[in-house]
Design a protein around this ligand. Structure first.
Ligand SMILES: CC(C)(COP(=O)(O)OP(=O)(O)OC[C@H]1O[C@@H](n2cnc3c(N)ncnc32)[C@H](O)[C@@H]1OP(=O)(O)O)[C@@H](O)C(=O)NCCC(=O)NCCS
Length: 171
């Protein structure tokens, strides 16, 4: 059955669940199967991932809440990726979200990020957000994916000596 948290992809039904105390150990185990290079790209967006246990203890967010929520992407109960939404007030919009995601190396190039993006937009809409922000390293797989999905390309900037770009999607 599909709902706002599910989307079919090549390998089955992708389902997104919030990281909580019940799946925390499985999430930690999944982390061991992620290369340092991929992890660096993911945590460059949200270093709070290291506060996983504190986040897992928080109650589920309600529409209008601010702050970070962590998610696990699963197919048939197996964790295939991790992600987060950070809900905040920006200089320009009252209530918006910034997202980060990582697909486990062995599951990449199977359309998981593409399917997750659809779920991610639905979750953000459900929270009441109209503007999605992101930051990505220029010419990275994520940059390509977002261009293909029609995200607006905004300011470029340097992070740790590399070329990055701010991106935005109006929902
Ligand atoms: C970016 C990332 C999330 C993509 O996940 P994915 O599930 O492999 O993406 P998809 O299978 O949906 O790929 C969609 C498109 O993205 C592009 N893409 C994905 N991986 C790519 C790669 N390694 N090289 C070049 N293009 C790539 C392609 O255009 C691809 O379409 P195609 O396979 O038809 O050519 C994944 O590579 C990843 O986790 N990278 C490390 C962490 C990261 O960079 N996170 C983003 C910063 S928040």
């Amino acid at each position: 059955m599909t709902d706002i948290f599910s989307e079919p992809c090549k390998d089955g039904l992708l389902q997104v669940v919030r990281v909580d105390l019940e799946n925390l150990e499985a999430v930690r185990e999944a982390r061991k199967h992620i290369s340092d290079e991929s992890w660096k790209l993911y945590t460059a967006n949200d270093p709070k991932f290291n506060e996983l246990e504190r986040m897992a203890r928080k109650p589920p967010p309600k529409p209008g809440d601010r702050g970070t929520v962590f998610f696990a992407m699963t197919i048939n109960g197996e964790i295939v990726g991790l992600s987060n939404h950070y809900y905040f007030d920006s200089e320009w919009e009252n209530y918006c979200v910034r997202g980060g995601l990582i697909v486990l190396d062995k599951h990449q190039r199977r359309g998981i990020a593409t399917a997750y993006s659809k779920i991610s937009v639905r979750m953000a809409r459900h929270m009441g957000v109209i503007c999605f922000y992101g930051q990505t390293r220029q010419n990275s797989p994520m940059h390509k994916l977002r261009k293909r999905q029609g995200w607006e390309m905004k300011q470029t900037f340097k992070k740790h000596g590399e070329d990055w770009i701010n991106i935005r999607l109006i929902l």
